[in-house]
Design a protein around this ligand. Structure first.
Ligand SMILES: O=C(O)CCC(=O)C(=O)O
Ligand SMILES: [Fe+2]
Length: 435
């Protein structure tokens, strides 16, 4: 059964009416903001919504919006959960500044970068830093930001989504989430599995409720703003009728990997949202049958997350190394792909998932073709062992570290590896790029 979630973006505040950025400041609604919230409440009541729980930030703006809206209906006995995880984005030293002041003080480029990236941070000694605010006393200092990028807002929102909101949805209850432009954007980004740039395109308007439909596994189906007049559609031109209609973007999401490791489905998204994936069609001319050691593709493990490999019908070519050191043939099957786990998956899981060592010996008298899709982390992703509650690294078992030096060795020993560094080290040792 489909699930429904209602998101209500907080209404205009006094500071916003003056063109300033609120961030984490406490700021009540402006007269216009109160009207926006009342209108939202009427829309939700008229549409027949009944809520089982209310989630807000700990900011006046969201709490006032929520209750002004709810006062328009008769449902006031709802459990309310407040969390700093739904706060607006912390704008660091830009907080409270008007757009005009910012334009005078900073370059267009800087302001452009801070749409996605973190603006200059406030120090913990600064009154604007949340650690100075008794409201956040119970929250570990390391979680309280001095400024935030879009990505860190997503990280902040995610645990609340995973641990608090999803249980309501899974038991078919309808939660109302009243939060801020940035936290609602982050929540939608998580649900829609979009990148920061894609999320910048969302139209999140103060006081305009967004009805989100999810399927029974909580996968995103669609979101619809309530009460916005649909824009008149331009008649399609003859040319447009011939254009390819863009479908949903293919986004290989390592969800199964996250779920299989007991992590939240989106856990790997920030490591792979700019995946350095590669797809290769590989041709292997036959080697002379007599060639004992002639290898078409020498022993190696793949570099990143995993590889999906399709082999043609040539038999006896691909071989996989087993823990006892022996080589086993991996014969092609029409109904199956070969999945090779990569080095970074080994680092993440401390060897629980072994990066398969494999090679190709193409001795059949025919030309062999294989197609490999290498799914890799972002080049700048920092990979370090996950906290999976493993008793100890399983290096004693079947896991044989493939490198004794370099970034991979560091990763296997528990340290961080930047994927691009590992890739470069591996490719340069394979192809002698030092020259
Ligand atoms: O062609 C194959 O079967 C394997 C290719 C491979 O392992 C690779 O290119 O990394
Ligand atoms: Fe490979």
């Amino acid at each position: 059964m489909a699930k429904t979630l209602v998101l209500l973006p907080a209404c205009e505040t006094e500071l916003q009416a003056k063109g300033a950025r609120v961030g984490w400041a406490q700021d009540g609604l402006s007269a216009k903001g109160v009207e926006q919230a009342q209108k939202a409440g009427k829309l939700l009541t008229d549409a027949g919504f009944k809520f089982d729980a209310l989630f807000t930030s700990v900011q006046k703006q969201a709490v006032c919006t929520a209750w002004t809206a709810l006062m328009e209906g008769n449902e006031v006995a709802i459990p309310q959960y407040q969390s700093y995880r739904l706060n607006d984005r912390h704008w660091g030293s830009l907080q409270g500044c008007s757009e005009k002041d910012l334009e005078a003080k900073y370059s267009k480029e800087e302001l452009g970068n801070w749409r996605v990236g973190a603006p200059p941070s406030v120090a913990t000694s600064d009154a604007q830093h949340p650690c100075r605010d008794p409201k956040y006393r119970a929250i570990p200092a390391s979680l309280l930001p001095g400024s935030e990028s879009m990505a860190t807002v997503v990280q902040r929102v995610q645990p609340l989504w995973d641990d608090a909101i999803t249980p309501f949805l899974l038991s078919s209850k309808t939660p109302l989430v009243v939060a801020h432009e940035a936290s609602i954007r982050a929540l939608c980004q998580l649900l829609e599995e979009d990148t920061d740039q894609e999320a910048l395109e969302y139209n999140i308007l103060p006081g305009v409720p967004v009805i989100v439909e999810l399927d029974e596994d909580l996968d995103f189906r669609k979101k619809t703003p309530l009460g916005l007049k649909a824009k008149a559609k331009a008649k399609p031109s003859a040319r447009a009728a011939h254009d390819l209609k863009p479908g949903p973007k293919p986004k290989p999401q390592p969800k199964a990997m996250a779920l299989g490791l007991g992590l939240a489905p989106q856990h790997f998204e920030s490591f792979t949202d700019r995946s350095f994936w590669v797809a290769r069609v590989i041709g292997y001319p036959p080697l002379p049958r007599a060639a004992d050691v002639g290898l078409s593709c020498g022993e190696h493990s793949d570099y990143g997350c995993w590889t999906i490999l399709s082999q043609d019908e040539t038999r006896d070519a691909l071989e996989v190394r087993f823990p006892d050191g022996s080589w086993q043939k991996v014969q092609p099957r029409e109904d199956a792909f070969v999945i090779n786990l990569g080095d970074m998956l080994s680092v993440w899981t401390q060897g629980r998932y072994v990066a398969t060592r494999h090679r190709v010996r193409q001795t059949a008298g025919q030309f062999r073709t294989s197609v490999a899709f290498f799914y890799e982390p972002n080049l700048d992703a920092v990979i370090r062992p996950l906290d999976l509650g493993l008793a100890s690294p399983q290096s004693g078992r079947s896991f044989k570290p493939a490198a004794s030096t370099g970034p991979l060795a560091r990763g296997l020993a528990g340290g961080p590896v930047v994927y691009g560094e590992h890739l470069y080290a591996k490719v340069s040792s394979n192809f002698n790029l030092q020259a």
